[in-house]
Design a protein around this ligand. Structure first.
Ligand SMILES: *Cc1c(COP(=O)(O)O)cnc(C)c1O
Length: 441
């Protein structure tokens, strides 16, 4: 089963897009698209929020559905000619409801951040108090950072991870909730590798009468694949992206209980958005269909197994995993033992064709622009068919790149040798394999 799934992903499903028309009409932009396709093919893509979406999703995104204005909702539009886009949006909604067991779904948010803006608009007024995970401990910018609307328009109180276990400190969440009586409690993060105790959050929210909002942007794809427990039964509202582990088009969505349906729908349109992107909504429908298959469930399990294998391989080479491991698609590594900063590690890996990002670790002594950590994710490489033994090699390559100083001759040679190792891995299991006649040969 494992081998069969890997072969399915690597050999037949993920053909690259066809840029024929574009190459003739606009060679400059075609060259950019081809160069990006090539970059995705020749390196290791380990950014935890990225994935390789399917040619079917890309086809829906590139369709004439993009031309259609459809302000409003299916059957209640402000424009004529919506009979076909209505079918697409209803399919997306029905498939998402079935996939996640949700009572109501809004598939119109243009992105995760936009979905979050709509959730704030549906459940809070400017000045209200929101309890959310601290940004340097793994939270998202939209969870109360001063550089985001969320930190400027709302009073946000941050909760943290415990300094010893590096797991969410649920006692602190409860203490802060009792002290500040927030309107909303947000569970969900962008750099937290462990499953979240949604039942604990539910009981704290009930105790203080707060709305429980789960921002599942990162892990909704693991929920879809039944690889981690679902947040949907516990939350009043769930916001998510469709392009991370879920492997659909770039976009957002909101799932909620029926009682909140009209507040959520009115917040998305007309409060914060105008016309929905019908091509993206159709592509979301395609992704939900793909995510309902046994192949996708196998994929989601493999994503988690691969992230674990990568974390173990890095641990074995002296890079400490924050919280001691991962239950999801991502791992956060503490580089302090090697005396290399996050920013240097990111640059060195980049020189060796390994794309990952620097990331603050909890209680990081370095500034957010430097950091002491890196974040890695397994969603994209698992799509191209990598298995746990490939991940162990990936860990070895990262560990070698991190300590190779490009300012020295030996470091430069080492990074070139790591890049050779990367090329060998991706040649065996390419993302978007080449075909005869492919413009991107
Ligand atoms: C990625 C992410 C978002 C934002 O999604 P965009 O599509 O980039 O706007 C919001 N919340 C969390 C927790 C995320 O990880």
């Amino acid at each position: 089963m494992v081998g069969a799934g890997g072969e399915r992903a690597g050999e037949s499903t993920y053909w690259g897009p066809d840029f024929g028309e574009l190459a003739t009409a606009d060679p400059e932009i075609a060259a950019v698209a081809l160069a990006e396709l090539e970059r995705q093919r020749v390196g290791l893509q380990l950014i935890a929020s990225e994935n390789f979406t399917s040619p079917s999703v890309l086809a829906a995104l590139g369709s004439t559905l993009s031309n259609k204005y459809a302000e409003g909702y299916p059957g209640r539009r402000y424009y004529g000619g919506c009979e076909y886009v209505d079918v697409a949006e209803n399919l997306a909604i029905d498939r998402a409801k079935a996939l996640f067991g949700a009572e109501h779904v809004n598939v119109q948010p243009h992105s995760g951040a936009t979905a979050n803006l709509a959730v704030y608009a549906a459940f809070a007024k400017p000045g209200d108090t929101v309890l959310a995970m601290s940004l340097p401990h793994g939270g998202h910018l939209t969870h109360g950072s001063r550089v985001s609307f969320s930190g400027q328009w709302f009073t946000t109180v941050p909760y943290h991870v415990d300094s010893a276990t590096e797991l969410i400190d649920y006692d602190e969440v409860r203490t802060l909730a009792l002290a500040h009586k927030p309107k909303i409690i947000i569970a969900g993060a962008t750099a937290y590798s462990r499953t979240i105790d949604f039942a604990a959050f539910r009981s704290i929210a009930d105790e203080v009468g707060a709305i429980l909002w789960v921002d599942a942007a990162h892990f909704i794809g693991l929920v879809a694949g039944r690889a981690i427990p679902s947040c949907v039964p516990y939350a009043d509202v769930v916001s998510a992206t469709t392009h991370k582990v879920l492997r659909g088009p770039r976009g957002g969505m909101i799932l909620c209980r029926s009682e909140h349906a009209s507040a959520v729908d009115r917040a998305v349109f007309p409060f914060i958005q105008g016309g929905p992107m019908m091509h993206a909504i159709a592509a979301k429908a395609v992704a939900f269909k793909e995510a309902s298959t046994p192949e996708y469930r196998w994929y989601a399990q493999e994503v988690v197994a691969n992230a674990s294998a990568l974390a173990q391989s890095l641990e074995a080479r002296g890079l400490r995993t924050v919280s001691g491991g991962t239950d999801t698609h991502l791992a956060l590594l503490d580089l302090r033992a090697s005396d290399v900063t996050g920013v240097d590690a990111e640059r060195r890996c980049g020189l060796a064709s390994i794309t990952l990002n620097k990331n603050a670790i909890p209680f990081d002594p370095q500034s957010p622009a430097v950091t002491s950590g890196i974040r890695v994710g397994s969603a994209a490489v698992t799509t191209q068919g990598f298995n746990t033994s490939d991940m162990s090699i990936v860990g070895e390559l990262i560990a070698r790149a991190v300590v190779a100083d490009p300012a020295t001759t030996s470091g430069e040679a080492e990074l070139a040798s790591v890049a050779d190792g990367v090329r060998e891995l991706v040649r065996a299991k390419p993302a978007y394999p080449r075909r005869t006649g492919d413009l991107a040969q």
